[in-house]
Design a protein around this ligand. Sequence first.
Ligand SMILES: [Zn+2]
Length: 372
Amino acid sequence: MTKLLTDLQKKLVALTRDLIMIPSDESRPDDIDRCFEFIINHLESLDTVDIKKHYHRGITSLIVLPKNMDHPKILLCGHLDVITHADSHCYHSHITDGKIIGPGAGDMKGPLAVLLEVFINLHMKYENLSLGLAITSDEERGGDAGMRFLFDEIGLRCEVALVPDGGSLNEITIEEKGILHLTIKCIGHSAHAARPWLGNNPLERLIDAVSRLRRHFDSLVSDKDHWHPTCTLTIIKTPNQTVNCIPSEAEGTLDIRFPAPYTTKEILTNIDNILGDEVETHTIMSAEPTQFTPDPLYLSVSEEITGKPTIQKKEDGGSDARFIGRYNIPVIVSRPIVGELHSVDEWIDISSMETFYRIYERYLKRKLHLDE
Ligand SMILES: [Zn+2]
C-alpha cells in the first residue's frame, strides 16, 4: 500500500514541477499555449473524451468531456495561469520539508496536477464516466474571458463543480467576498512647482480623495475576522517626471473587497459620493460576493479520509467559483495544504496532495455510483 501511495506522490510531484517550469503568466501568451499543449498531451492518452479549445478575446480555455456528453454530472475546474513575477528566472521549483516550493505551486499547478491525475485515472478505469474537466488561463485576471465565458456564453453546465482554488484540506469555502477593481483619475493644470498657485495639482487632490475613502472604510470595520469591506490603494502614478513641475494628471488603482449583503452597485455609489465630481472612476473588474452550498457527501468523505472534522470558511479572495455558483450549481472549494500564495516561495505540501487526491477519488466514485 505504501508503495502505491509513494508512486502517486512521485507522479503528482513530477507533474506539478513540470507545470511550474512553464511560466504561464499573462505576459507570456506563448507559454500559456505551451502549457495547454503539455496538458493536452497528457489527456490524449484517453480515447473516450473530446478535447476542445475555446477562445475569447485572446484567452484560451480547454473543455474535456466524455464523448457525446455536453453536461457532465461533475466538472473539475482549474486554471493554468500564474501571477507575473518581476524576476523572469524564478519559474522553477525545489523540494524542501515535504513541500514543492515554486511560483504557482499552490495556486494552482499542484492542485491542477491532482485534477489531471484523478481525471485520467478514473476515465481509464470506468467507461461512460460523467466527469468533465475545464481549464482556463485568465483566473488571475478575473476570469471574464475564461470561466465566465464558458458558463455564460458556451453554456457549460454540470450538477456539481469542484474548484480546488481556495480553502484547505479540511476547510471548505462557503463564501467569497465581492471584488471591485477601480481606476481613479484626477485632471489638473500643470505649472512650475515654485508657483503652485498658478497650477491645480491633481496628485494632491487624488491623495486627499483617497484619505477620505480610507476614513470611510475604516468606519466599516466590524469584526476581528475582517469580514467587512476593505479598500486598498495599489498603484498611484502621474506622467510627470520632473521634480519642480506640478503634474497635469494623476491616476491610481483601488482593490476593494466586500462581503454580502453589500453589492457592487452600493459600494460603487458610496465611492463616487466620497470621491466627488473631481475624481473620475472607471471599473476595471467587478464581481458580486458569492455564497456556496457544498455537497454534504463531500464533507463526510473529507472527514472519513482525513479523520478530522471539516470547517466551513469564508474567504477574503475571490475565485472562478463565482461564475459557476451563480447558476445555483453547488461548488466545492477546497484544496491541499498550501502557503505563501502569489510569492516566489509559494508552496504545496506533498502528502496533502495525496490525501486530497484520495478525497476526490472517493467522492467521485460515490457521487457517480462506481464500485470502490
Ligand atoms: Zn487560483
